[in-house]
Design a protein around this ligand. Structure first.
Ligand SMILES: [Zn+2]
Ligand SMILES: [Zn+2]
Ligand SMILES: [Zn+2]
Length: 447
């Protein structure tokens, strides 16, 4: 590959060598970059800048972008960032240092937002992402690098704290925040700069959520059968997960088959499965530890508003919570006029969960006990999540649950469902049986 900055590149002739194999293209370009990284003290900034630009350009093709993700581009970009910000650069090299920092940050930010980045994010933080973000302020602000600054601030103050709703990410963030403070990196930040604001958001969110980890959530999590004609709710571990989309839970094979044939699950699951095919099998379910932790996080946010919720005279309070931007959880109480597709995408996944939310509201209204019906938006890039919960108001206001045999009792109208998205920005074209070449679309197994 050419290594001349600004040289025009004949992509067709370069890619023809690889016969259009995205895996090979990704492997070769990442190998090149990894070799630069392994040079240690002899770091060749010119080559690194070139490699990053090539990777950024090639990532415009979806299949190559997915190949890069599978081969760990997020971790490698975080490594480069750490190496470049850790070195003192001579004046003549500072431009290249800034450029590689900006490119690595842009690569990280866009891949995290466009892909299902959850499995890779912890690794990136482990490779020093937080410390790198804090260290690059002097290099960037001295000359004014508005785009690079924007990328870094988004990562530090919004994306990373947003992802701390996942325990796996939170664990790494906790270590990173402690280590940054032990090194005094936070003290070096300019008091009036954006990095100081971003860091405070990250630190405060992480510190609040790390306290929630310590709470015993071992037996409280419940799951609801996705078949809305059943909607049975039970403690975690009793239901089986649909192996097609990895997000729907069913109380029985009968319910799964019913929902597939008569409900909307076939449409939804097929779209999620298309994402699975597009990404060559890269799809992460939400770990059961994370599901339990999401309960804690949602409850914690609701408790901040317990006075308002407790004084509400109605039997059912609808609440919408957005965890998409870390550090500022948006809460809306009156959601009667809430958007059916709050993420604003054209795919039908949100409409699917919205229909379920409305149905849940009808069911919960039949009950006698006051309930809080929650719709929570959880970050996840293209695989963003929506959690729907019906929680007894008493649990929010008084903070206690009926206990029997050390396990909280599942209330009759309690619900807990999780939905994900197909990641498509285009409006959905239904896959017909004939276009697939067969008529009998199989119900996926349960795992
Ligand atoms: Zn499914
Ligand atoms: Zn069921
Ligand atoms: Zn979708």
């Amino acid at each position: 590959m050419t290594c001349e900055l600004g040289a025009s590149i004949d992509w067709d002739s370069i890619l023809s060598v690889f016969q259009g194999d995205p895996e090979l293209i990704a492997r070769v370009s990442l190998c090149h970059l990894e070799r630069e990284i392994s040079r240690g003290d002899e770091l060749d900034l010119l080559c690194i800048t070139c490699d990053l630009q090539i990777i950024t350009a090639l990532s415009q093709q979806e299949n190559i972008r997915f190949a890069y993700m599978r081969q760990g581009v997020i971790t490698i970009a975080a490594e480069i960032l750490a190496l470049v910000v850790d070195r003192k650069w001579e004046e003549d090299m500072q431009m290249f240092a800034r450029r590689s920092i900006a490119d690595a940050a842009a690569l990280l930010r866009s891949r995290i937002e466009e892909m299902d980045a959850l499995p890779f994010l912890s690794q990136a933080i482990e490779r020093g992402l937080v410390a790198s973000l804090l260290k690059c302020e002097p290099l960037l602000t001295s000359v004014g690098q508005p785009v690079a600054l924007q990328e870094m601030l988004l990562l530090l103050g919004e994306i990373l704290p947003g992802y701390s709703v996942y325990r796996s990410v939170l664990h790494q963030l906790t270590l990173a925040v402690d280590s940054a403070m032990a090194q005094g990196l936070d003290a070096k930040l300019s008091k009036s700069g954006g990095f100081c604001v971003g860091w405070k958001r990250l630190k405060d969110t992480v510190n609040e959520r790390r306290r929630l980890v310590k709470r015993d959530a071992s037996s409280g999590h419940v799951q609801t059968c996705q078949n809305d004609m059943c909607s049975k709710t039970s403690h975690i571990g009793r239901f089986k997960r649909c192996a097609g989309c990895l997000h729907a839970y069913y109380c029985s094979w009968k319910c799964q088959r019913y929902d597939w044939q008569n409900g909307k699950h076939k449409q939804f699951c097929t779209r999620i499965h298309q994402r699975f095919v597009r990404t060559h099998g890269h799809m992460s379910p939400v770990h059961s530890k994370d599901l339990k932790f999401l309960d804690q996080i949602i409850l914690n946010e609701l408790k901040k508003h317990r006075a308002r919720l407790g004084s509400h005279p109605v039997k059912l309070t609808l609440v919408e919570l957005s965890f998409l931007i870390g550090g500022q959880v948006d809460i809306f109480f009156d959601t009667r006029g809430a958007k059916a597709n709050p993420f604003g995408t054209k795919c039908k996944c949100e409409l699917y969960s919205n229909a379920r939310w409305k149905h849940m509201a009808e069911v919960v209204r039949e009950g006698k006990k006051p309930m809080v019906l929650v719709r929570a938006f959880i970050p996840g890039g293209m695989s963003r999540k929506i959690v729907l919960q019906a929680i007894p108001l008493a649990l929010v206001v008084e903070g206690r649950q009926d206990q029997r045999r050390n396990r909280p009792v599942v209330e009759k109208y309690q619900f807990n469902l999780i939905f994900t998205c197909c990641g498509s920005e285009r409006s959905y074209q239904p896959v017909t049986a004939t276009s697939r070449g067969f008529n009998d679309v199989k119900v996926p197994n349960m795992d």
